[in-house]
Design a protein around this ligand. Structure first.
Ligand code: NAP
Length: 268
Protein backbone atom coordinates (compact mmCIF):
# COMPACT_ATOMS: atom_id res chain seq x y z
CA UNK A 1 0.00 0.00 0.00
CA UNK A 2 1.00 3.62 -0.48
CA UNK A 3 1.19 6.20 2.28
CA UNK A 4 2.54 9.74 2.28
CA UNK A 5 2.58 13.26 3.65
CA UNK A 6 0.43 16.04 2.21
CA UNK A 7 1.63 19.64 2.59
CA UNK A 8 2.40 22.85 0.73
CA UNK A 9 5.37 23.27 0.61
CA UNK A 10 6.49 19.74 1.39
CA UNK A 11 10.19 19.61 0.46
CA UNK A 12 11.42 19.89 4.06
CA UNK A 13 9.19 17.24 5.64
CA UNK A 14 11.09 14.60 7.61
CA UNK A 15 8.18 12.15 7.64
CA UNK A 16 9.41 10.34 4.47
CA UNK A 17 12.77 9.66 6.17
CA UNK A 18 11.08 8.38 9.33
CA UNK A 19 8.47 6.16 7.64
CA UNK A 20 10.70 5.18 4.71
CA UNK A 21 13.20 3.70 7.18
CA UNK A 22 10.65 1.73 9.17
CA UNK A 23 8.82 0.48 6.03
CA UNK A 24 12.10 -0.64 4.51
CA UNK A 25 13.10 -2.47 7.70
CA UNK A 26 9.79 -4.37 7.69
CA UNK A 27 10.16 -5.35 4.01
CA UNK A 28 6.38 -5.45 3.46
CA UNK A 29 6.56 -3.36 0.30
CA UNK A 30 4.74 -0.32 1.66
CA UNK A 31 5.75 3.02 0.14
CA UNK A 32 5.78 6.48 1.67
CA UNK A 33 5.89 9.58 -0.58
CA UNK A 34 5.69 13.37 -0.41
CA UNK A 35 2.58 14.94 -1.94
CA UNK A 36 2.77 18.65 -2.68
CA UNK A 37 -0.87 19.69 -2.75
CA UNK A 38 -1.99 23.32 -3.03
CA UNK A 39 -4.92 24.39 -0.83
CA UNK A 40 -7.31 24.68 -3.79
CA UNK A 41 -6.41 21.13 -4.93
CA UNK A 42 -6.84 19.47 -1.56
CA UNK A 43 -10.42 18.27 -1.86
CA UNK A 44 -9.92 16.78 -5.35
CA UNK A 45 -6.65 15.20 -4.26
CA UNK A 46 -8.36 13.39 -1.39
CA UNK A 47 -11.27 12.24 -3.58
CA UNK A 48 -8.78 10.92 -6.13
CA UNK A 49 -6.83 9.10 -3.40
CA UNK A 50 -9.95 7.32 -2.20
CA UNK A 51 -10.83 6.20 -5.76
CA UNK A 52 -7.25 5.06 -6.45
CA UNK A 53 -7.69 2.08 -4.14
CA UNK A 54 -3.99 1.59 -3.36
CA UNK A 55 -3.59 4.37 -0.76
CA UNK A 56 -3.67 3.50 2.93
CA UNK A 57 -3.39 6.95 4.49
CA UNK A 58 -1.61 10.25 4.90
CA UNK A 59 0.24 12.39 7.34
CA UNK A 60 -1.03 15.97 7.03
CA UNK A 61 1.17 18.99 7.57
CA UNK A 62 1.15 22.79 7.15
CA UNK A 63 -1.07 24.39 5.87
CA UNK A 64 -3.73 21.66 5.58
CA UNK A 65 -4.33 20.38 9.13
CA UNK A 66 -7.40 22.55 9.75
CA UNK A 67 -8.80 22.49 6.19
CA UNK A 68 -8.94 18.68 5.95
CA UNK A 69 -11.21 18.43 9.01
CA UNK A 70 -14.32 19.21 6.94
CA UNK A 71 -13.26 16.74 4.23
CA UNK A 72 -13.28 13.64 6.48
CA UNK A 73 -16.05 11.03 6.39
CA UNK A 74 -15.36 10.26 10.06
CA UNK A 75 -13.55 12.34 12.63
CA UNK A 76 -11.94 11.07 15.80
CA UNK A 77 -13.14 12.89 18.92
CA UNK A 78 -9.72 14.37 19.83
CA UNK A 79 -9.23 15.73 16.29
CA UNK A 80 -12.68 17.28 16.41
CA UNK A 81 -11.99 19.06 19.70
CA UNK A 82 -8.50 20.22 18.64
CA UNK A 83 -9.89 21.32 15.28
CA UNK A 84 -7.04 19.77 13.30
CA UNK A 85 -6.29 16.48 11.55
CA UNK A 86 -2.68 15.39 11.09
CA UNK A 87 -3.43 11.76 10.23
CA UNK A 88 -5.77 10.27 7.63
CA UNK A 89 -6.56 6.57 7.27
CA UNK A 90 -8.39 5.35 4.16
CA UNK A 91 -10.61 2.36 4.93
CA UNK A 92 -13.40 0.94 2.74
CA UNK A 93 -13.20 4.02 0.51
CA UNK A 94 -13.80 6.34 3.47
CA UNK A 95 -11.53 8.98 5.00
CA UNK A 96 -10.94 8.76 8.76
CA UNK A 97 -9.30 11.79 10.43
CA UNK A 98 -7.20 11.72 13.61
CA UNK A 99 -4.87 14.01 15.53
CA UNK A 100 -1.72 12.41 16.92
CA UNK A 101 0.23 15.63 17.62
CA UNK A 102 -1.24 15.83 21.13
CA UNK A 103 -0.20 12.26 21.91
CA UNK A 104 3.25 12.99 20.46
CA UNK A 105 3.88 15.88 22.83
CA UNK A 106 2.48 13.96 25.77
CA UNK A 107 4.72 10.95 25.14
CA UNK A 108 7.76 13.23 24.62
CA UNK A 109 7.21 14.95 27.95
CA UNK A 110 6.33 11.77 29.80
CA UNK A 111 9.83 10.41 29.11
CA UNK A 112 11.18 13.17 31.37
CA UNK A 113 8.42 14.44 33.63
CA UNK A 114 4.83 14.21 34.85
CA UNK A 115 2.22 16.77 33.72
CA UNK A 116 -0.53 15.98 36.22
CA UNK A 117 -0.91 18.78 38.77
CA UNK A 118 2.14 20.68 37.47
CA UNK A 119 2.32 24.40 36.63
CA UNK A 120 2.78 24.38 32.86
CA UNK A 121 3.28 27.47 30.70
CA UNK A 122 2.75 27.24 26.94
CA UNK A 123 4.26 29.95 24.73
CA UNK A 124 2.19 30.38 21.55
CA UNK A 125 -1.44 29.81 20.61
CA UNK A 126 -1.24 28.62 17.00
CA UNK A 127 -2.07 25.24 15.47
CA UNK A 128 0.66 23.26 17.22
CA UNK A 129 -0.13 24.98 20.52
CA UNK A 130 -3.74 23.73 20.27
CA UNK A 131 -2.52 20.12 20.33
CA UNK A 132 -0.02 20.88 23.13
CA UNK A 133 -2.69 22.62 25.23
CA UNK A 134 -5.13 19.74 24.66
CA UNK A 135 -2.45 17.29 25.85
CA UNK A 136 -1.80 19.37 28.98
CA UNK A 137 -5.51 19.59 29.77
CA UNK A 138 -5.98 15.85 29.21
CA UNK A 139 -3.06 15.16 31.53
CA UNK A 140 -4.43 17.42 34.28
CA UNK A 141 -1.74 20.13 34.22
CA UNK A 142 -2.32 23.60 35.67
CA UNK A 143 -1.98 25.73 32.60
CA UNK A 144 -1.02 29.26 31.54
CA UNK A 145 -0.97 30.15 27.83
CA UNK A 146 0.99 33.21 26.70
CA UNK A 147 0.85 34.55 23.16
CA UNK A 148 1.80 37.68 21.22
CA UNK A 149 -1.87 37.99 20.27
CA UNK A 150 -3.65 37.20 23.55
CA UNK A 151 -7.04 36.89 21.83
CA UNK A 152 -5.82 33.67 20.15
CA UNK A 153 -4.97 32.18 23.55
CA UNK A 154 -8.45 33.21 24.76
CA UNK A 155 -10.00 31.59 21.69
CA UNK A 156 -8.31 28.29 22.60
CA UNK A 157 -9.63 28.60 26.13
CA UNK A 158 -13.14 28.82 24.65
CA UNK A 159 -12.52 25.98 22.18
CA UNK A 160 -11.51 23.65 24.99
CA UNK A 161 -14.10 25.05 27.40
CA UNK A 162 -11.25 25.26 29.91
CA UNK A 163 -10.30 27.67 32.64
CA UNK A 164 -6.63 28.55 32.24
CA UNK A 165 -4.71 31.81 32.56
CA UNK A 166 -3.81 33.68 29.38
CA UNK A 167 -1.59 36.69 28.78
CA UNK A 168 1.07 38.37 26.67
CA UNK A 169 4.49 36.75 26.19
CA UNK A 170 6.24 39.07 28.66
CA UNK A 171 4.03 37.72 31.47
CA UNK A 172 6.56 34.88 31.67
CA UNK A 173 8.65 37.27 33.76
CA UNK A 174 5.99 37.40 36.46
CA UNK A 175 5.04 33.75 36.80
CA UNK A 176 6.64 30.71 38.34
CA UNK A 177 6.38 27.68 36.14
CA UNK A 178 7.58 24.11 36.50
CA UNK A 179 7.26 23.11 32.85
CA UNK A 180 7.72 25.50 29.91
CA UNK A 181 6.63 24.45 26.41
CA UNK A 182 7.66 26.71 23.51
CA UNK A 183 5.37 26.26 20.48
CA UNK A 184 6.16 29.26 18.23
CA UNK A 185 8.61 29.15 15.27
CA UNK A 186 10.96 31.53 17.14
CA UNK A 187 14.46 29.99 17.20
CA UNK A 188 13.89 27.89 14.08
CA UNK A 189 16.60 27.89 11.38
CA UNK A 190 17.73 30.24 9.93
CA UNK A 191 17.00 32.33 13.07
CA UNK A 192 18.83 30.01 15.47
CA UNK A 193 19.96 32.88 17.72
CA UNK A 194 16.40 33.88 18.69
CA UNK A 195 14.56 32.94 21.86
CA UNK A 196 11.40 34.33 23.45
CA UNK A 197 12.74 33.70 26.96
CA UNK A 198 15.67 35.40 28.60
CA UNK A 199 18.06 32.91 30.22
CA UNK A 200 17.61 34.61 33.59
CA UNK A 201 14.04 33.26 33.94
CA UNK A 202 15.21 29.69 33.61
CA UNK A 203 16.23 27.83 36.73
CA UNK A 204 17.21 24.34 37.69
CA UNK A 205 14.23 22.19 38.57
CA UNK A 206 12.28 23.39 35.53
CA UNK A 207 11.58 21.22 32.49
CA UNK A 208 11.79 23.07 29.17
CA UNK A 209 10.50 21.72 25.86
CA UNK A 210 10.90 23.49 22.52
CA UNK A 211 8.75 21.97 19.79
CA UNK A 212 11.03 23.53 17.16
CA UNK A 213 13.25 20.65 15.97
CA UNK A 214 15.47 22.42 13.45
CA UNK A 215 17.98 22.99 14.99
CA UNK A 216 17.63 20.19 17.52
CA UNK A 217 19.34 22.27 20.23
CA UNK A 218 17.56 25.62 19.96
CA UNK A 219 18.80 28.74 21.76
CA UNK A 220 16.05 28.22 24.36
CA UNK A 221 17.16 24.64 25.00
CA UNK A 222 20.84 25.72 25.20
CA UNK A 223 19.93 28.39 27.78
CA UNK A 224 17.76 25.90 29.66
CA UNK A 225 20.55 23.34 29.77
CA UNK A 226 23.00 25.99 31.01
CA UNK A 227 20.52 26.91 33.76
CA UNK A 228 20.32 23.26 34.88
CA UNK A 229 16.81 22.58 33.54
CA UNK A 230 15.70 19.23 32.15
CA UNK A 231 15.16 19.60 28.41
CA UNK A 232 12.86 17.91 25.89
CA UNK A 233 13.70 18.02 22.19
CA UNK A 234 11.05 19.00 19.63
CA UNK A 235 11.94 16.06 17.39
CA UNK A 236 10.56 13.72 20.06
CA UNK A 237 7.06 15.13 19.42
CA UNK A 238 7.56 14.50 15.70
CA UNK A 239 8.78 10.99 16.41
CA UNK A 240 5.95 10.01 18.75
CA UNK A 241 3.18 11.59 16.65
CA UNK A 242 4.57 9.50 13.79
CA UNK A 243 4.57 6.37 15.94
CA UNK A 244 0.88 6.99 16.71
CA UNK A 245 0.16 7.41 12.98
CA UNK A 246 1.79 4.05 12.36
CA UNK A 247 -0.40 2.48 15.05
CA UNK A 248 -3.53 3.92 13.40
CA UNK A 249 -2.55 2.56 9.98
CA UNK A 250 -1.20 -0.84 11.03
CA UNK A 251 -2.63 -1.55 14.48
CA UNK A 252 0.73 -2.18 16.15
CA UNK A 253 3.73 -0.31 17.58
CA UNK A 254 6.46 0.57 15.07
CA UNK A 255 10.18 0.05 15.62
CA UNK A 256 10.74 3.43 17.28
CA UNK A 257 14.53 3.11 17.25
CA UNK A 258 14.59 2.78 13.46
CA UNK A 259 12.37 5.87 13.14
CA UNK A 260 14.45 7.89 15.59
CA UNK A 261 17.76 6.99 13.95
CA UNK A 262 16.37 8.00 10.56
CA UNK A 263 15.17 11.36 11.93
CA UNK A 264 18.43 12.14 13.69
CA UNK A 265 20.36 11.66 10.44
CA UNK A 266 18.60 14.77 9.13
CA UNK A 267 18.79 16.94 12.24
CA UNK A 268 21.72 19.10 13.30
P1 NAP B 1 1.04 28.73 13.58
O1 NAP B 1 -0.29 28.06 13.64
O2 NAP B 1 1.31 29.68 12.46
O3 NAP B 1 1.26 29.51 14.98
C1 NAP B 1 2.39 30.27 15.20
C2 NAP B 1 2.44 30.73 16.64
O4 NAP B 1 3.71 31.33 16.86
C3 NAP B 1 1.40 31.77 17.02
O5 NAP B 1 1.11 31.63 18.38
C4 NAP B 1 2.16 33.09 16.76
O6 NAP B 1 1.72 34.17 17.54
C5 NAP B 1 3.54 32.71 17.24
N1 NAP B 1 4.61 33.49 16.63
C6 NAP B 1 5.02 33.44 15.34
N2 NAP B 1 6.07 34.27 15.15
C7 NAP B 1 6.31 34.86 16.36
C8 NAP B 1 7.26 35.83 16.79
N3 NAP B 1 8.17 36.34 15.96
N4 NAP B 1 7.23 36.21 18.07
C9 NAP B 1 6.31 35.68 18.93
N5 NAP B 1 5.38 34.77 18.57
C10 NAP B 1 5.39 34.36 17.29
O7 NAP B 1 2.22 27.67 13.51
P2 NAP B 1 2.23 26.18 14.12
O8 NAP B 1 1.68 25.24 13.12
O9 NAP B 1 1.61 26.25 15.47
O10 NAP B 1 3.81 25.86 14.21
C11 NAP B 1 4.62 26.52 15.14
C12 NAP B 1 5.99 25.84 15.23
O11 NAP B 1 5.84 24.51 15.73
C13 NAP B 1 6.72 25.68 13.88
O12 NAP B 1 8.07 26.00 14.09
C14 NAP B 1 6.56 24.23 13.54
O13 NAP B 1 7.65 23.73 12.77
C15 NAP B 1 6.58 23.61 14.93
N6 NAP B 1 5.91 22.30 15.00
C16 NAP B 1 6.60 21.25 15.53
C17 NAP B 1 5.99 20.01 15.62
C18 NAP B 1 6.75 18.84 16.17
O14 NAP B 1 6.32 17.70 15.97
N7 NAP B 1 7.84 19.04 16.89
C19 NAP B 1 4.65 19.84 15.21
C20 NAP B 1 3.97 20.95 14.70
C21 NAP B 1 4.61 22.18 14.59
P3 NAP B 1 0.49 35.13 17.06
O15 NAP B 1 -0.75 34.32 17.29
O16 NAP B 1 0.58 36.31 17.96
O17 NAP B 1 0.75 35.43 15.61
Amino acid sequence: MKYGVIGYPIEHSLSPAMFGAVFEREGLGHEYAKYKVAPDELSDFLKGSVSAGDLGGFSVTIPHKEAVVAMMDELNNDAEIIGAVNTIAIRNKRLFGYNTDWIGVMRALSEITVLKGREVTVLGAGGAAAAVIYACLQAGARLTVLNRDVSRADALKQRFNADFETGPLNMIEQIETEILIQTTPVGMAPNEGDSLVSGKYLRSGMTVMDIVYNPQMTKLLCDAKDAGCKIVFGYKMLLFQGAEQYKIWFGKEPNINVMETALLKYLK
